[in-house]
Design a protein around this ligand. Structure first.
Ligand code: GDP
Length: 478
């Protein structure tokens, strides 16, 4: 109806600064256009350059994506070497992303690969065999980002391991690649245990070689964007695209990632039941990396110390005060605390704490933990959907406390546009002092950057790339 179309026009006008394409059907992916109605407007606006870059990317993806003649031609060429200059200009080039490790690991590398695709005018295609369609909607209008299942290298992809002959790093040692014979495909290994030779990927000269290869296949679980900023030819363009440097993940994730209706249903039901009516929302993400993992009193103590010291949660009234405060509360402010963890005991502790005694401020505290899965079960559909729903719920809070070195937390605060308080890694089963630190920026940390080699100097002198608060050998954009 006419009314309906006016409504949807209004909805779309609320979209963040023209970031999203408008030609999608709304019902098929409710999160795409309705997310902004759950959020406070982001204070960070995408630049005009970013918006136009995305629009031209969409055109490229439509022209080169699966099912097109260009895609067909490009896959037929796989396995053939090119003599210099034999490829015509305007030919489509691709980058294939493979999901590795947990959901957070996957998302940071997916966003990194997408930015690399934007910068190098490649089409990103994602391996769909690990259930990405249960998690995310298609991001590009009139096309698909799913790598077709009959992709000729599908079997090679699975076998592509450390010593693979088509892996860029090892190839450099035994130079099969030079400027006159360009292979039709290259594997890039950018995983946490990669070698110095793999890290040559981040050197300007190597990029000029890699640029000519029609197909790149990437295995990564890293947020490698900070090191893209340190490649001079990329930096020029990145400054234009992101005048506010620490908004890269924030904008790109909001553009690229749209949870499916199944996941979005979980997000909105939780939000409406537990968070929407609160005056203020605090997210606490508790990831326990020790083996065995589980509930630990020193972790709980650390969370309490952090939230009280930083005045994120009120203190409890003493026994005597309790008698009075419970009946004559000074404030009726409702604060919702969203806890996410594999272990339900963390929120149980908060619940009984705030049930047993009133807060000194009189604030009313409601505590909610959506799930407590106990063990990581990556690639199980419902488990991954719960994890994604919780990441988005965390991103809808006003303040957020996260765990050091957790990509799960990185994503939540960055999507939300929030600078987190990061809980330091506990040592020797004791709560560290200070318990937490306020992050310098909302960007994720690149945990294993190339610190030596071509970027060594740039890291030392760059004013906007700093070592991470939670991991000193990591780097992040500030
Ligand atoms: P990281 O290991 O903390 O960097 O984060 P990842 O997301 O890559 O891997 C952890 C995985 O464990 C998640 O993807 C989930 O499968 C699971 N997990 C960890 N913490 C939580 C949590 O708070 N909630 C849920 N639902 N799952 C979690």
């Amino acid at each position: 109806s006419l009314k309906g179309s006016n409504d949807s026009k209004k909805q779309r006008e609320k979209l963040p600064g023209g970031l999203l394409a408008t030609e999608f059907d709304e019902e098929s992916c409710l999160s795409r256009y309705h997310q902004s109605s759950l959020r406070k407007p982001s204070p960070y606006k995408p630049s005009g350059s970013l918006v136009s870059k995305l629009r031209s990317y969409e055109i490229l993806h439509k022209r080169c994506g699966p099912g097109t003649d260009d895609y067909k031609r490009a896959t037929e060429q796989l396995g053939h070497k090119h003599e210099d200059g034999s490829r015509s200009v305007g030919e489509c080039r691709y980058i294939v992303w493979l999901p590795m490790h947990g959901l957070g690991n996957r998302i940071i590398s997916l966003v990194s690969v997408f930015l690399y695709a934007l910068l190098t005018e490649r089409v990103i295609l994602v391996d769909q065999r690990k259930g990405i369609t249960d998690l995310f909607c298609e991001p590009f209008p009139g096309s698909s980002w799913l790598l077709p299942l009959d992709f000729p290298l599908m079997n090679h992809i699975d076998r592509f391991m450390l010593g693979h002959t088509h892996r860029y790093g090892p190839m450099l040692r035994n130079p099969a690649i030079n400027l006159t014979t360009v292979p039709s495909s290259l594997f890039l290994y950018l995983l946490h245990d990669y070698m110095d030779l793999d890290k040559m990927f981040f050197c300007e000269e190597d990029q000029t070689v890699i640029r000519q290869v029609p197909w790149l296949v990437v295995k990564s679980n890293l947020y490698f964007i900070p090191s893209l900023w340190l490649i001079p030819s990329f930096q020029t363009e990145l400054i234009k695209l992101f005048p506010q440097k620490d908004t890269v993940f924030h904008h790109l994730s909001r553009y690229l990632l749209h949870p499916t209706n199944q996941v979005w249903g979980m997000v909105t039901r939780s939000y409406n039941a537990y968070l929407s009516r609160a005056d203020e929302r605090l997210g606490i993400q508790v990831r326990v990396f020790s083996r065995p993992a589980g509930y630990f009193q020193h972790v709980m103590d650390q969370i309490l110390a952090c939230t009280q010291r930083e005045k994120l949660l009120p203190e409890l009234a003493t026994q005597e005060e309790s008698q009075v405060t419970s009946t004559t509360s000074r404030s009726q402010k409702l604060k919702a605390v969203l806890v996410t963890s594999l272990f339900p005991e963390y929120s149980d502790y908060f619940k009984s704490m705030f049930w047993g005694r009133p807060s000194t401020t009189g604030e009313i505290i409601i505590v909610y933990q959506p799930s407590g899965e106990r063990v990581q079960q990556t690639d199980k559909k419902l488990h991954d959907q719960k994890a994604l729903a919780e990441i988005y719920l965390l991103s809808l809070t006003d303040n957020i406390v996260t765990t050091a070195k957790s990509t799960f937390g990185y994503i939540a605060h960055s999507i939300g546009g929030l600078k987190p308080w990061i809980l330091y890694k506990p040592e020797n089963h004791t709560a560290p002092d200070p318990p937490c630190v306020r992050a310098m920026s909302m960007e994720p940390c690149f945990i294993r950057p190339p610190l030596y080699g071509c970027q060594a100097k740039a890291i030392k002198i760059s004013p906007f790339v700093m070592h991470c608060e939670d991991w000193i050998s990591g780097i992040k954009i500030v």
